[in-house]
Design a protein around this ligand. Structure first.
Ligand SMILES: Cc1ncc(COP(=O)(O)O)c(C=O)c1O
Length: 414
């Protein structure tokens, strides 16, 4: 047999918009012994995870649980469960992940209405509200924080407009949950999807979601019980069931209810990881965590600008956990990224579609969002850019970041 070497992944400084570094407490949680999925000890951990998710999503919704799969599994579960073929779905798009919502909605048989904004900016909320009033969609699906462009969409008034038009508002908060306020109830969001591998700093592999009674009512219209689990004489809805078995929220919620109706086999180690990640978030405190993300973003931005680099996107709608930088003229962005990785062990990201080769993206998310990493990335980027003969202001970046940290410490002595 071919000899495979022992697994020994390099210790990286991961400054991408996900996946990011994971707290050792989460990694340790993943190494604990497996419990059966109906073992009361395990179902108690499931219940605790639901409780903590409600706090992080800032909701009193009963339903708050993870879908097994990466973040798009949560998006697919919500959309395939609420969209009935022919439903009108309005999708405001200002980057790659808005297009993902279109793609998934179309596959669910929706009639999709797209509202597009130039990448690097977001919508004036009134534009979205006007479109809701004009088009009267059944569902509005939109992204809160666009990692592809580093922009954040204000949400005020959109939830109220959806209620008035009797539309459901589905929000991708994959990049923002745990790093930026996401106020599910106050903003009247009907369903929200989070990601684990970004500001929650848990490995990829689960997608926490929450939804309210309005969503549940739509889901239950098409409720089915899997053929092999039906008891004799059980009533079956006459409507065509949700097109996916794995992502049918009606089935998933029965599994996450005290009934524990058998569905998939829960991903035990990922649940341990998510529970520990959520415990870390709540121990830090939501407000304190948001402030930490802002503090390190500010230091990073001060450093990049002092170096002489130009940020991409409208600063008025900058996503605090992702910073996009224009690649200087004539520079091979991939060569810079490769040198950062191979020489300094630092990973930053490129971008997609029209922005490919145009910008770099640096994440300041979760466990990766700390002073050591920000200073490390600024120092290394300066060295790599000098190596590539870019005319940067030598030494200025780290001094600007250090100044910012010193000021912040004076403001908030610890
Ligand atoms: C805003 C946003 N939505 C959705 C996704 C899809 O997540 P995943 O790759 O975990 O399926 C991502 C991933 O980067 C994202 O940034």
């Amino acid at each position: 047999m071919k000899g495979y070497k022992d697994l020994s992944p390099s210790l990286r400084t991961i400054m991408t918009p996900g996946p990011v570094e994971v707290d050792p407490r989460v990694l340790r949680a993943m190494s604990y012994p497996i419990l059966g999925q109906f073992d009361p000890e395990f179902t108690e951990l499931m219940n605790e995870t639901m409780e903590m998710l409600r706090e992080v999503f800032q909701t009193s919704n009963h339903w708050a649980f993870p879908v097994d799969g990466t973040s798009r599994s949560g998006i697919e579960a919500v959309l395939v469960s609420v969209i009935e073929p022919g439903d009108k779905v309005l999708v405001p798009i200002y980057g790659r992940f808005g297009h993902l919502l279109v793609e998934i909605s179309e596959r669910c048989g929706a009639e999709v209405l797209m509202l597009e904004r130039e990448w690097g900016s977001v919508f004036d909320t009134q534009e979205i509200i006007d479109a809701i009033q004009r088009e009267k969609p059944s569902i509005v699906a939109m992204v809160h924080g666009e990692t592809s462009t580093g922009c954040i969409q204000p949400m005020d008034g959109i939830g109220a407009a959806c209620r008035e038009a009797d539309a459901l508002l589905v929000v991708d908060a994959v990049a923002t949950i745990g790093g930026v306020p996401v106020q599910t109830d106050a903003w009247q969001l009907d369903a929200v999807i989070g990601g684990t591998q970004k500001c929650l700093s848990v490995p990829a592999g689960m997608s926490p979601i929450t939804y309210n009674d309005r969503v549940e009512a739509k889901v239950l219209r098409r409720k089915t019980i899997e053929r092999g689990l039906r008891e004799k004489g059980a009533a079956v809805s006459g409507l065509k069931p949700v097109a996916s078995n794995y992502f049918d929220l009606g089935m998933l919620q029965e599994y996450w209810s005290p009934k524990r109706l058998n569905h998939h086999t829960e991903a035990t180690s990922m649940l341990y990881a998510l529970r520990e990640g959520l415990r870390l978030v709540l121990q830090e405190g939501l407000e304190e965590r948001y402030l930490r993300h802002q503090r390190h973003e500010a230091a990073l931005v001060a450093g990049l600008q002092a170096m002489g680099l130009t940020l991409y996107g409208n600063p008025a709608c900058k996503l605090p956990v992702v910073t996009c930088i224009r690649i200087p003229e004539g520079i091979d962005g991939e060569s810079v990224r490769a040198m950062l990785l191979n020489t300094f062990g630092i990973e930053i990201a490129s971008s997609f579609g029209p922005l490919k080769g145009q910008i770099w993206r640096i994440g300041t998310m979760g466990f990766s969002c700390n002073q050591k990493n920000v200073l490390h990335v600024l120092g290394a980027l300066e060295a790599v850019l000098l190596w590539h003969k870019v005319d940067v202001n030598v030494g200025a970046a780290l001094q600007a970041a250090l100044n910012l940290y010193a000021r912040k410490e004076e403001e908030q002595p610890c």
